[in-house]
Write a protein that binds this ligand. Structure first.
Ligand code: FES
Length: 169
C-alpha cells in the first residue's frame, strides 16, 4: 500500500463503470468501489497556453491514473473524466462522490504527481468516512484549501435549521 494513503485504506483503479463492462462489472457488491473521483478534463491553469494539448485537466487525470495503477485495489475508487464541474475559475477541479455521502468538490489543484497523490489519498479518506465529511487536518496538504462545495446526497432530508419548520419539502 502507498504510505501516503490513510491508514487501513487501499486505493485502486477501476476503468469501466460497475454494471457496464469489464472485470469490475462481475464483482460482488462487497468488493465493488463505493467512491468515484471525477476529474474535470477541460480545466486550464491560469497562464497556460490556450492552444496547448493536452489540457491541464487531462494532465491531472493522466497523473491520477498513473498513480492509481501503482496502488490497484478492487475496492479503490472509480476514476472518471468529466467535461466540466463548473469551477472553471479555480482549476484544476475534482469531485468525490459516494452513495449516501456528501459530494465534495475541490479546486486549485495542479497537474504534477504530488497533486495526483493528494487526490488519491483524499479518495481514501473519503471512502473511509461515514458521510463524506473529512477532518481538515487529516486531509492531504494540497486539499486543505480549495474546497468549493459540499452537496448533500439524494434523499437527504435537510438539517433542522429553522425550529418548527420542516425543511424536507
Ligand atoms: S473547465 Fe474545469 S471546471 Fe469547468
Amino acid at each position: 500500500m502507498d504510505e501516503r494513503l490513510a491508514p487501513g485504506v487501499s486505493v485502486g483503479f477501476a476503468e469501466p463503470a460497475r454494471g457496464t463492462a469489464g472485470p469490475e462489472a462481475d464483482q460482488p457488491d462487497s468488493l465493488a468501489s463505493t467512491t468515484t473521483v471525477f476529474i474535470c478534463t477541460r480545466c486550464r491553469l491560469p497562464g497556460s497556453d490556450r492552444a496547448a494539448e493536452p489540457l491541464d485537466g487531462e494532465r491531472l487525470l493522466t497523473a491520477l491514473l498513473d498513480a492509481a495503477r501503482g496502488a490497484m485495489s478492487p475496492t479503490g475508487p472509480e476514476i472518471r473524466g468529466v467535461a466540466c464541474l463548473s469551477n472553471c475559475n479555480r482549476p484544476c477541479t475534482v469531485a468525490f462522490v459516494g452513495p449516501g455521502k456528501l459530494t465534495t468538490v475541490y479546486g486549485e489543484l495542479g497537474t504534477d504527481p504530488e497533486d495526483a497523490a493528494a487526490v488519491l489519498a483524499m479518495a481514501g479518506l473519503y471512502a473511509a468516512s461515514a458521510n463524506g465529511i473529512t477532518v481538515w487536518r487529516d486531509r492531504p496538504e494540497r486539499l486543505r484549501r480549495g474546497l468549493i462545495a459540499c452537496v448533500p446526497p439524494f434523499g437527504f432530508v435537510g438539517d433542522p435549521v429553522l425550529a418548527g419548520h420542516d425543511t424536507a419539502r
